[in-house]
Design a protein around this ligand. Structure first.
Ligand code: ADP
Ligand code: ZN
Length: 592
């Protein structure tokens, strides 16, 4: 049997899947052949199969390095369900115990041993492995090797030892972190410079990206939720306190919202988690700790109530929407206050300067994403060095922002920052421009400046907004120890009237958050009535809404509007039983 057909057979018979996804087949062939690989694939792309199938094709046991016990337990449980022998070695096991397990590995033909990096690096463990045939080494979550990332694990850096101790055993490193510096670290520390790299696309064709400037954030959220009633979603906040408050606020407004954060009692937290997983219309309000490793397919939106901490965090978090490949939304709500807070956290942290610079760069990328007037998907993928055409779905594609010439106002702002010696914060600058005679203005005699009162026709909010846009475009900087606004090199040509500057007008929300999947009012009405019907039937039958009709089935019904049982039968997920029980109802809804 060829490698190819052998891999296919394992995919079909053991894993129960029909087709490989993306580059899986190529990667599996490569590793099964005994070659090294570096796999960069987004979360949910199917990385596990890339090492599990070659391990099953080769003789010996696969040693899989994984950073967390919870991840190992999960993998071992999944493999056991499939009838494959796998074990994991927790780090607190006595050497004697480890030895016994390894004897079992040898005698019982166990195919997978999951271990922590600490374990692999111990000389004793390598010694114990000595007379056991090894099929391959898989290094999962390989970004842990890089001190740039948030999951840095120093022990990962020593895994190069595998290359020197076992030069003939193939090694495969896998990660979903697409950052350039992280990639360089992985190839360096894991001795994989010669390995073939497999980069998957990070594009999510079913996600609609939307960004809003905060302007009464809670009512903006309600407005969005009112358009998504009966759907499951995650709302992220940056602190436990705001999670609690927001969950309460939504409950008061009759939304089925639950809170989730590390400060809740474990029993409550677990219960909320479970309810969210099992129900197709629950909303979970959570800190970003929520979501690691969750695999709920029908999350219809991820709403960042506060700005994400970095472009990488944003990609991971928004990626939890629409895992079933059906239309889903990513919404970010952001304001200047958070931008300043997040920037300040980095600048005033005790990291070294290089790391601060790196983190600031990741933050600036998410700020640029939020303030972008280009296609959001393009901007997001570009930050991961991937090129893409405009998506045609995001807010900026469907409703391009109007740009107006703001050169004169910007010149006034920049001149004021300059005239006060770049030593004053945003409030003072705004007060000067608006001509307000505050005590601070009088103390510093700022009413004598030539720009005093030059923007009196603008309110403070509009000026803040423009200054924020200047900050995110790198024209104005902030000294975080004092809060003072500074000019950058980019400010000069504008001040000298050599360059014009166009900024977007604040967008109208209502028209921006339109469900681009529902093309007409008729579609929208049908969609609503199907969702309501599904809800009623699910309550009646005491099952999850997903079990009645999946999102995909609903979208197909809206799209094709089946008028009789023959047409309904062709809809995805409508088998004989559903046809018999639901056909009358569904066809009635379509024919209304
Ligand atoms: P990752 O580690 O990249 O986040 P996983 O390996 O956990 O992703 O896979 C995500 C989900 O997709 C799992 O439920 C897995 O079983 C499933 N999956 C992987 N490959 C395929 C495939 N070829 N066909 C169908 N489902 C797949
Ligand atoms: Zn777009």
């Amino acid at each position: 049997m060829t490698y190819k057909s052998q891999a296919h057979e394992i995919l079909n018979t053991i894993f129960g899947y029909n087709e490989f996804r993306g580059q899986q087949e190529e990667i599996i062939g490569h590793v099964a052949n005994g070659l090294n690989a570096f796999v960069l694939m987004p979360t949910g792309g199917g990385k596990s199969l890339c090492y599990q199938i070659p391990a099953l094709m080769r003789d010996g046991v696969a040693i899989v390095v994984s950073p967390l016990i919870a991840l190992m337990q999960d993998q071992v449980a999944t493999l056991s369900e499939l009838g494959i022998e796998a074990v994991y070695l927790a780090s607190n096991l006595e050497p004697e115990h480890v030895r016994n397990i390894l004897i079992q590995v040898k005698e019982h033909n166990i195919k997978f041993v999951y271990v922590t990096p600490e374990r692999v690096n111990s000389y004793r463990f390598l010694q114990l492995l000595e007379n056991i045939p090894i099929s391959l080494f898989a290094i999962d979550e390989a970004h842990c090797v890089s001190h740039w990332g948030h999951d840095f694990r120093p022990e990962y850096q020593k895994l190069g030892i595998l290359a020197t101790t076992y030069p003939h055993v193939p090694r495969i490193a896998l990660t979903a972190t697409a950052d350039h510096y992280t990639r360089v670290d992985i190839l360096h520390y894991l001795h994989l410079k010669e390995a073939r790299a497999f980069h998957s696309s990070f594009m999510r064709n079913n996600l609609v990206y939307i960004v809003q400037e905060k302007n009464n954030a809670k009512s903006q959220l309600l407005e969005f939720l009112n358009g998504h009633i009966g759907q499951s979603g995650i709302i992220y906040c940056n602190s436990r306190n705001s999670v609690d408050k927001l969950a309460g606020f939504l409950q008061d407004n009759n939304f089925p919202a639950l809170a989730y954060h590390a400060g809740l009692e474990p029993a409550i937290r677990e219960n909320n988690h479970l309810k969210f997983l099992q129900n197709s219309s629950m909303i979970i309000v959570a800190t970003v700790a929520f979501g690691l490793g969750i695999d709920k397919p029908d999350v219809r939106y991820v709403y960042h109530f506060d700005m994400p901490r970095s472009i990488d965090h944003f990609y991971q978090e928004s990626g939890r929407a629409g895992r079933d490949d059906m239309p889903a939304f990513s919404v970010v709500s952001f304001g200047f206050k958070e931008i300043i807070e997040l920037s300040r956290l980095i600048i005033l942290s005790d990291s070294d300067n290089l790391k601060k610079k790196y983190e600031l760069n990741r933050l600036k990328k998410i700020i640029a994403y939020c303030d972008s007037t280009n296609c959001r998907q393009y901007t997001l993928l570009e930050s991961m060095s991937e090129k893409s055409a405009p998506c045609g779905r995001c807010d900026n594609c469907t409703n391009p922002p109007k740009m107006i010439d703001q050169t004169i106002t910007v010149q006034k702002i920049l001149a004021t920052i300059y005239k006060v010696g770049q030593r004053f914060g945003i409030t003072q600058i705004i007060d000067i421009l608006r001509g307000r005679a505050t005590i601070n203005i009088q103390v510093w005699e700022h009413h004598r400046l030539s720009t005093f009162g030059l923007c009196s026709e603008l309110n403070a909010k509009s000026l803040r907004r423009i200054i924020r846009q200047l900050y995110s475009r790198g024209i104005v900087d902030i000294d975080f120890t004092t809060g003072a606004l500074k000019l950058t090199d980019k400010a000069l040509p504008i001040l000298r009237k050599l360059e014009d500057i166009y900024l977007p007008v604040a967008g109208k929300l209502q028209q921006r958050i339109k469900d681009v999947w529902l093309r007409s009012e008729l579609d929208e009405r049908l969609y609503r009535s199907l969702i309501n019907w599904r809800h009623k039937v699910a309550v009646l039958h005491r099952v999850s809404q997903h079990a009645i009709l999946t999102e995909r089935s609903i979208y197909e019904i809206v799209k094709h509007k089946p008028k009789n049982t023959g047409e309904l039968q062709k809809i995805y997920g409508i088998g004989a039983s559903k046809l018999e029980r639901f056909a009358t109802d569904l066809i009635n809804l379509v024919n209304v």
